[in-house]
Design a protein around this ligand. Structure first.
Ligand code: NDP
Ligand code: 8X3
Length: 248
């Protein structure tokens, strides 16, 4: 039986991944700050299938205490799903809050890099897999996406760079790049404003956390000689806009 660690397992794509992997017979470690949600998942899936780890991904000390103390059955991680992340705000760069920018970089980039670095030796030993949640925002800039898009471009390029460095180790690395997925993402981005989220997704028939989770599981379950480098996915009702032109 294989073991997967999913960061950001309390909501959205992460909780979808927990359920998809557990349903496919994997042992799952789920992380997040909201302990009660992880506890509920454990009660639902069972103690043999799911192990909760409560920590803020930016807190390396708390993370190490949690992961270095994993029970033996969960200690050998075969797959890392680097999912925890967030966007804060849609302000123009010139109006944005620097603290929001720092939080996005610390969470989406620094914490992801640090966790990956920590788990790499074990992943190499087990010829494991790493799946990163990047975004279409990595490739297609949009107004107000500034630092969020920058963090996701980092995630994509880090995943591709890892592929190169890990050549010959048998470790597989994938960047998943979704467009609109209806989760808590937009509520968080808008400071808890659920109405803003409802408005964004109204009539779109957006992707769901379950949709993305099925893709992550598919990638992880492919034969060991197959690597999906990057996967871009949007709801059918989302596509491309033209360039913006300012006139004097
Ligand atoms: P949600 O807001 O629903 O879930 C985000 C998850 O990240 C939560 O479980 C949250 O857990 C966790 N998280 C955030 N900050 C921290 C932190 N500091 N420490 C620990 N955990 C943290 O959003 P999604 O499921 O949509 O997002 C998951 C990933 O997918 C993100 O990286 C996002 O950028 C990416 N993505 C999302 C898209 C979308 O349209 N929704 C599209 C493309 C990519 P908790 O708050 O309990 O700590
Ligand atoms: C989230 C998707 O299009 O809101 O990464 O930036 S988008």
């Amino acid at each position: 039986m294989k073991t997967v660690l999913v960061t950001g397992a309390t909501s959205g794509i992460g909780v979808g991944c927990v359920r998809a992997f557990a349903g496919a017979g994997w042992r799952v470690i789920g992380t997040g700050r909201r302990a009660e949600r992880l506890k509920a998942l454990q009660e639902d899936l069972g103690k043999d299938a799911f192990f909760p780890c409560v920590f803020d991904v930016r807190d390396e000390v708390a993370r190490d205490v949690a992961l270095d103390g994993l029970p033996e059955a969960f200690a050998n991680i075969d797959c890392l799903v680097n999912n925890a992340g967030l966007a804060l705000g849609m302000d123009l760069a010139q109006d944005a809050d620097l603290e929001d920018w720092r939080t996005m970089i610390d969470t989406n980039v620094t914490a992801l890099v640090s966790l990956t670095h920590k788990l790499l030796p074990g992943l190499i030993a087990r010829k494991g897999a790493i799946v990163m949640l990047s975004s279409v925002a990595a490739t297609y800039p949009y107004t107000g996406g500034n630092v969020y898009g920058g963090t996701k471009a980092f995630v994509r390029q880090f995943a591709l760079g890892l592929r190169s460095d890990l050549s010959g180790t048998g470790v597989r690395v994938t960047s998943i790049e979704p467009g609109m997925v209806e989760t808590e993402f937009t509520t968080v981005r808008n400071g808890g404003d659920q109405a803003a989220s409802d408005e964004l997704y109204a009539g779109v028939n957006p992707l769901t956390g379950h949709d993305i989770a099925e893709m992550v599981l598919w990638v992880a379950n492919l034969p060991p000689h197959v690597n999906i480098n990057a996967m871009e996915v949007m709801p059918v009702n989302q596509s491309f806009a033209g360039f913006k032109v300012a006139r004097d």
